[in-house]
Design a protein around this ligand. Structure first.
Ligand code: EPZ
Length: 418
């Protein structure tokens, strides 16, 4: 298993380009089931994307990947099998996003329950109850979701009792080919969902956002082919911003839309980080005088849970204490034990972590536990002034494209060891 060797103490300098968004690519790839030929550009070639492509191939999609220009050609003109196997869904929960499109296009779908992961049980009750409201008959047997809609899905009025990114995505996609109109309220409004609906409209779906959390979809019988370019990965952008601040560097982060990461920019500025915003890039200038801060992770446009582990490292370096309340997932403090082994002083009580500031981090042999925890260990290793080794970086590879190459280019002393 690959690991990363990092000798910290160097500042990140120069400029770096952000890849396409993993969390926009996954629902858009799943929604391609609804149509025939699609060309997607700016897709990040990370493990989770490969897993989704394997899943689509396993049900009959013809996939061509151009690694040079990160373009994926998908041909779905052949009728799909409608079974998404456990082997492919267990490692990547977003595999459940094929449930809506398969059900909408073929009137049936058998999809493995995604199961939990290290950050929480990750239920899909919101997906299932909403699809039932659209007329689907759904049974859970031997760890699989058996869904049928013999006469197709029918439009419905659905209010999500809890904000869920995946449930919002699954239902928007399903409603595109339902009979009649669907109105979804209390939707998640992450930018990746907007990217998904922009793509769906481009292939001919009739989607109208009534307000920020309410969307109306008029089902259609057939959808068209299209070319589409995926938005930037705002979580990678946030991770790089925090890494630049934690190493007290001066880093230009390119190919982004600053207005989409307003909250992250605002939090870093409140901590004392200098940020210069331009049209498609920001420059982050770290400071020795960082202030502690209190953060609540919230659905967009709140501070994203996917940056919670990363910002915690920056808080260790602040003058003064900080607090993080993790409101989205049940068990997303797995990185704390590893950070404390590096000399951090972080206490967790229920959903809240208290981070004592002014801590110098030492190097250590570390173990990654999940995607964003692994990113926080990379930042901690860069911010310490000693050597660290991070094991099980397959977690990092799930959602960051060539992270060590990007950091090397910005002056970090980092190498992947097979
Ligand atoms: C998406 O996961 C993202 N994944 C996650 O990013 C992200 O952390 C999460 O949204 C929150 O922003 C992708 O987009 C592929 P949810 P998702 O449904 O859709 C509960 C990363 O690091 N819930 O919004 O699974 C759930 O348990 C990943 O890139 C139900 O109770 O998140 C959680 O507590 C990690 N019932 C909360 O809602 C349901 O049916 C938010 O989950 C569905 C969810």
């Amino acid at each position: 298993m690959d690991k990363l060797e990092i000798i910290g103490g160097r500042t990140l300098q120069g400029s770096v380009e952000v890849s396409g968004s993993k969390n926009a690519s996954l629902p858009i790839l799943a929604s391609c089931i609804l149509t025939n030929k699609v060309v997607l550009k700016n897709v990040p070639l990370v493990t989770d994307i490969q897993t989704m492509l394997n899943l689509l191939s396993s049900i009959g999609s013809k996939i061509k990947i151009n690694h040079q220009n990160k373009t994926i050609k998908i041909d779905n003109s052949k009728k799909h099998k409608t079974v998404a196997k456990y082997q492919l869904v267990k490692t990547m929960r977003a595999g459940v996003l094929v449930l809506g499109p398969l059900l909408a296009k073929y009137g049936k779908a058998t999809v493995s329950l995604p199961g939990g992961c290290s950050i929480g049980p990750r239920p899909i009750d919101l997906h299932i109850s909403a699809l039932k409201k659209m007329g689907a008959k759904i049974k859970i047997i031997n760890g699989y979701i058996h869904a049928t809609a013999k006469y197709g899905l029918k439009g419905a009025k659905i209010n999500f009792k809890k904000i869920s990114v995946g449930a919002t995505e699954n239902l928007i996609i399903a409603a595109c080919m339902a009979n009649g109109k669907t109105i979804l309220t209390n939707c998640a409004r992450e930018p990746e969902i907007k990217d998904l609906t922009n793509f769906l409209v481009k292939i001919g779906s009739k989607i109208r956002w009534i307000n920020k959390r309410k969307v109306e979809i008029e089902g259609v019988k057939k959808l068209n082919n299209a070319n589409y370019s995926i938005m930037f990965d705002r979580i990678e952008a946030g991770t790089l911003m925090i890494a630049a601040a934690a190493t007290r560097g001066s880093l230009a982060i390119k190919k982004i839309q600053p207005r989409i990461i307003n909250k992250e920019i605002d939090i870093l500025k409140k901590m004392g980080v200098k940020i210069i915003e331009k049209k498609n890039k920001i420059t982050v200038i770290g400071s020795k005088k960082l202030r502690g801060i209190k953060i609540n992770t919230l659905p967009y446009p709140g501070f994203p849970t996917d940056l919670q582990a990363q910002i915690m490292v920056l808080m260790c370096r602040a003058i003064g204490n900080s607090k993080i309340q993790e409101n989205i997932f049940e068990n997303r403090f797995m990185h704390v034990a590893e950070l404390n082994r590096m000399g951090a002083d972080i206490k967790v009580k229920g959903k809240q972590a208290t981070i004592i500031g002014n801590k110098k981090l030492s190097g250590a042999e570390l173990m990654a536990t999940d995607l964003r925890a692994s990113a926080s260990l990379v930042i901690a290793a860069l911010a310490s002034s000693e050597k660290s080794t991070i094991n099980r970086i397959y977690h990092l590879d799930r959602g960051y494209e060539k992270m060590e190459k990007k950091l090397l280019k910005c002056g970090a002393h980092i190498r992947r060891v097979k």
